[in-house]
Design a protein around this ligand. Structure first.
Ligand code: CA
Length: 314
């Protein structure tokens, strides 16, 4: 079965991530799913943004220079939606204002905006109807424990809005994703999430959640994930080891498959290849042909679709 191509933050290889044009382009490029990262504003509105901070992807430091916290960061949670709507969304920047991906959309240019989760769901619904091709949604509940400390319970709000997207009876495909393992358990058992759930797996040094990913990728850890989740979304580096420059697969994908978990690794980028791979094609072939992954997150949905078509015609 063709692996699901998930447009990571939209067609983010071509247009600033998580902007509406990036989502429209991802749909036109044939993405099977379009990803949303969901964060809450001060007035408990849900917006689509990768970080709980605004400063690496908007002009917030210019528009609201005195609104940083003591750590120097500008938090979504400190702004009302109406304020966030006044910001210009930019290609992702480093702390010094230069581009994270120099070959992509020029840094600090363009007239894009941040939008709400609901607006994005409505947009994808409209594109599905207009084109006759159904793209699914793939929302990520961002930093739920942090949001709770900030006074908002993010997961029930996200699930309620997905219900509106899915409520029309179109049965559009949905996956819900989260890095926090205790929240995944809660989403399944307490919040009765009716859509498939993907447990994201990162590296412990990111401090993305209070979750031990080293333990999670062991067979016992994966068995616990399989109690509540339908799949895993591991970082690509967990799928292989490098032995003197040669790539060798780990057992993660087969261990997960043995437990009935689907596997959707991230992130496939032709302009930022992981160590050991010389092309996007060799990376996709390694994961799709040798490891039989079920889907993948990519910034370049068109390039991955072309490679998958070539694999299918081999
Ligand atoms: Ca994400």
């Amino acid at each position: 079965m063709k692996p699901a191509v998930i447009a990571h933050r939209g067609a983010s290889g071509y247009l600033p991530e998580h902007t509406r044009p990036a989502k429209v382009l991802a749909h036109l490029l044939g993405a099977d799913f379009i990803e949303q990262d969901v964060v809450a504003t001060r007035d408990d509105e849900l917006i689509v943004l990768h970080d709980i901070h605004l400063d690496t992807v908007t002009d917030v430091t210019i528009r609201y220079p005195d609104r940083a916290r003591p750590d120097g960061r500008y938090y979504v949670r400190d702004f009302d939606l109406a304020e966030i709507r006044t910001l210009t969304a930019w290609e992702r920047m480093k702390a010094d204002g230069t581009a994270v991906y120099p070959g992509r959309y020029p840094a600090r240019t363009g007239h894009y905006r941040v939008h709400t989760f609901l607006e994005e769901l409505q947009l994808i619904n409209r594109l599905n109807k207009a084109t006759g091709r159904q793209a699914g949604i793939y929302p990520e509940i961002k930093s739920p424990a942090w949001h709770l400390e900030e006074g908002v319970d993010l997961s029930p709000l996200v699930l309620a809005q997905i219900r509106e997207f899915d409520g029309a009876g179109d049965s559009n495909p949905v996956f819900v994703q989260c890095f926090d393992d205790s929240e995944v358990r809660r989403i399944k058992n307490d919040l009765r999430c009716r859509w498939p759930i993907v447990q994201l797996i990162g590296l412990n040094q990111w401090h993305e959640a209070d979750t031990d990913y080293v333990e999670m990728v062991t067979p016992a850890g994966l068995a616990r994930v399989a109690e509540v989740a339908d799949g895993i979304g591991p970082h690509l580096s967990l799928l292989y080891e490098l032995n003197q420059g040669k790539v060798a697969k780990t057992t993660l994908v087969s261990d997960a498959h043995d437990l009935g978990l689907i596997v959707h690794p991230y992130t496939f980028r032709s302009d930022d290849l992981p160590d050991g791979f010389s092309s996007l094609e060799s990376l996709v072939r390694f994961c799709v042909v040798e490891q039989q992954i079920d889907g993948l997150f990519t910034d370049f949905a068109d390039q991955v679709n072309a490679i998958i078509r070539a694999i299918e015609s081999d």
